[in-house]
Write a protein that binds this ligand. Structure first.
Ligand code: ATP
Ligand code: MG
Length: 228
């Protein structure tokens, strides 16, 4: 089954939405829309009464709420509901809470166990770049983490900033799908775009499409191709 992304225009580009229970990597430069897309994704989940978690290493709950308060898509309502659980993995309280899940020590075992034990439907993890700093053996543990996340019954968005935009990393190969954001500076100003790099089981083209931010949030314009 396909589930709605909660982002206007994106489901159309994905042939009806994201195949559920799979793992997707969301990559792109700073300020390109990764967090907004993810917030819209879990907000859509809460609207459908799904259980959602937003795990971050980036920001506090109030910072995220504050950033999303620019938009009217309803993140504040979602986060206040019992349906969406916000967890900043850096906080001692959350580390304590996580230690109850699973049998293996370390984040990479605990998080998939939490997703399973709480029957989470949608999960966002922001981000692998920061996560790597907390792993003893980042290469190995990240692979295990992604593999374990793929085995859960949740649809997972894993945010992965790319340090080198010309080289894909292992997580891009392991994921069921990869969504890329672009920001380029042109004569006319900044152009923003989204590109579906891969989506197993879905007929997609890899062309870039225009995206825009408005008071409502992030929207994709599936009919407007962007040439680089
Ligand atoms: N009301 C608004 N109208 C237009 N643009 C907005 C509005 N509010 C925020 N923005 C822009 O939306 C973008 C939000 O980006 P977002 O936080 O989703 O990016 P990100 O990819 O998660 O970045 P980072 O890697 O730094 O975490 C910012 O570039 C911001 O300037
Ligand atoms: Mg972000």
């Amino acid at each position: 089954m396909r589930i709605s992304t909660g982002t206007d225009g994106l489901d159309e580009l994905l042939d009806g939405g994201l195949p559920e229970d799979r793992l997707y990597i969301v990559s792109g430069p700073p300020g390109s829309g990764k967090t907004t897309l993810s917030a819209q994704f879990v907000t859509e989940g809460t609207r459908n009464n799904e259980k959602c978690i937003y795990l971050t290493m980036h920001e506090t709950r109030s910072e995220l709420v504050n950033d999303m308060s620019n938009f009217t898509f309803g993140f504040d309502r979602a986060i206040q509901s019992q349906k969406l659980r916000f967890m900043n993995i850096m906080s001692e309280e959350v580390k304590q809470a996580l230690s109850q899940y699973g049998h293996e020590p370390g984040l990479t075992g605990r998080v998939p166990a939490l997703i399973d034990e709480l029957n989470v439907d949608r999960a966002v993890i922001d981000s692998t770049m920061l996560l790597q700093h907390f792993l003893d053996d980042p290469e190995e543990e990240l692979t295990e983490f992604i593999t374990a996340l793929k085995d859960t019954e949740a649809t997972v968005l894993l945010i992965s900033e790319m340090t080198d935009p010309s080289s894909y990393s292992k997580e891009h190969y392991l994921a069921h799908g990869v969504i890329f954001f672009h920001n380029f500076l042109e004569n006319t100003g900044m152009t923003r775009a989204i590109q579906i790099i891969k989506m197993r089981g879905t007929a997609i083209d890899c062309d870039m499409r225009k995206i825009s931010f408005s008071n409502h949030g992030l929207a994709v314009h599936p009919d407007v191709e962007i040439q680089q």
